[in-house]
Design a protein. Structure first.
Length: 202
């Protein structure tokens, strides 16, 4: 299952891509809830670049960040972590003034990044007319191919499974701790610690 995360995504209804209208409360819900779908890929759209939106990148193979002309400067981009999370950049509303400058700004910032085997392409598009949408999906497909050929895709999926297992362990331990932190025996131990009859670690 390949999940493509987009910020204000350029939409395209392709048969292999599952479209969901589900609101996810956290990033961990994404993989589990969409994995059973009878599709080769799922397109998950977020509404911005807050903490949850950035965290959701950990549940996706490819992250598409969509910006508009006049989106902001390099400081804002780096503060939001966009330069770190994007696998593909899309400059939407590319028919408007400032689009070329936005594309040049992104290209300039990307040139300062340390090469890690994949340089995010910057794709101009116009969502309302469909112009450039095919190029966006080509860029996504190119990134997926790179993930497969480089082994990075397998590494990311291993990391996601490990993170999910740690999360499950944390939940189970928290439940166990809550159970141990109550009841008559707990109150007895509390009182003995208060009376300094025992050490809390004993």
């Amino acid at each position: 299952m390949h999940a493509h995360v987009a910020q204000h995504a350029v939409r395209a209804d392709l048969d292999p891509v599952a479209q969901f209208d589900t609101a996810f409360e956290n990033a961990a819900d994404v993989d589990g809830d969409i994995a059973p779908a009878d599709k080769t890929a799922a397109h998950v759209e977020t509404v911005g670049v807050g903490q949850v939106e950035v965290e959701i990148v950990g549940s996706a193979d490819t992250c598409v960040v969509v910006v508009n002309p006049g989106w902001g400067d390099a400081v804002q981009a780096n503060k939001a972590g966009l330069m770190e999370i994007a696998d593909v950049f899309v400059v939407n509303k590319a028919d408007r003034a400032g689009a070329a400058e936005t594309q040049n700004d992104l290209e300039g910032m990307l040139s300062l990044k340390v090469a890690d085997g994949w340089r995010p392409p910057v794709v101009p598009a116009v969502a309302t007319s469909g112009e450039g949408v095919a190029d966006v999906w080509t860029a996504v497909a190119d990134h997926r191919r790179w993930l497969d050929e480089s082994g990075e895709g397998a590494r990311r999926r291993q990391g996601r499974v490990a993170a999910e297992l740690r999360s499950i362990i944390a939940v189970q331990l928290a439940a166990r701790a809550a159970k141990l932190g109550g009841g008559s025996r707990f109150e007895e131990l509390r009182d003995e610690v208060l009376a300094r009859d025992i050490d809390p670690w004993s």
